[in-house]
Ligand binder design. Structure first.
Ligand code: ADP
Ligand code: MG
Length: 256
């Protein structure tokens, strides 16, 4: 996926993305980092054709994304948004079936392939046994896994996750990050996600994009781009960066 010189403003005409250009690595995990309001969700919106840029384009498999029919694009790109809510009595399985909509023919009930994909998605996130449970009876971490299952049932090569671990305790954060890693390694998904936890980003990403004020400040392999200077520039925080023989690189904030 190629991002070509994107400029974007909402209705208020204030530019929120400035000349964003990048290439998303296929079959890898790319994480977008940056302060609140730096344009991360806006960029995901543009990459998934939910927001139309004033300038520039996003090219997917040789074609600009706004040239795809909605159903065709929905077979390519799965998205889990930052905030999600389901009707309180909706069951897990019913929600995940919504992921099959792009694959449906008009007036068709779900067929064998839909059933198989929904089962696979629920097994993949470890919630098949809970398929008849109403959403509001699940924990936050389990609900997040259902939303991911819905995107998986959509059966797309690309998966976009906006802050999938925010609001989750460390147990569920770990579970989600391991799931993301497995999905990339075992299902060959290209994953683009927004995270707040810099150490999580270093640990799980093949590439990191850092943003500030609607611009990309750095893009590359975590070990190469995450530096004391970059953290100062992007977050206005002083950090120390450590190297652990087993854990690899991590950073600790020590001052502002
Ligand atoms: P992030 O995800 O990095 O926290 P966002 O992409 O949500 O940042 O927001 C980037 C900027 O765009 C912020 O200044 C935010 O207030 C603004 N913004 C976000 N959504 C809208 C909207 N619908 N209308 C106008 N401004 C918006
Ligand atoms: Mg956001």
């Amino acid at each position: 996926m190629e991002i070509k010189d994107i400029t974007f403003a909402y209705q208020d005409n204030i530019k929120r993305l400035h000349n964003i250009a990048a290439e998303i690595a296929i079959g890898k995990i790319t994480t977008i980092l940056g302060p609140n309001g730096s344009g991360k969700s806006t960029l995901l919106g543009v990459l998934t054709n939910n927001l139309a840029p004033q300038q520039g384009s996003v090219i997917l498999e040789g074609k600009t994304i706004d040239k795809y029919k909605p159903k065709e694009l929905a077979k390519k790109l799965g998205v889990v948004h930052q905030q999600n809510s389901a009707p309180h009595d909706m069951t897990v399985e019913k929600l995940v079936y919504y992921g099959r909509l792009p694959h449906k023919k008009p007036f068709n009930q779900h067929g064998e392939e839909d059933d198989a994909k929904v089962k696979w998605a629920l097994e993949r996130v470890g919630l098949y046994e809970r398929r008849h449970t109403p959403m509001d009876a699940l924990s936050g971490g389990q609900q997040q896994r259902v939303w991911i299952a819905m995107a998986l049932a959509q059966d797309t090569p690309y998966l976009f996750l906006d802050e999938p671990t925010s609001n989750l305790d460390i147990f569920y954060q770990y579970e989600i990050m391991e799931l993301v890693k497995e999905l990339c390694e075992e299902e060959n998904l290209t994953i683009v996600m927004v995270l707040h936890d810099i150490n999580q980003a270093i640990q799980y990403s093949h590439e990191i994009i850092t943003m500030k004020d609607g611009e990309i400040i750095a893009h590359g392999v975590p070990e190469e781009i995450i530096t004391v200077q970059l953290m100062q520039e992007v977050y206005n925080v002083n950090v120390v960066i450590k190297q652990d023989p087993e854990l690899g690189m991590y950073m600790v904030p020590i001052g502002i």
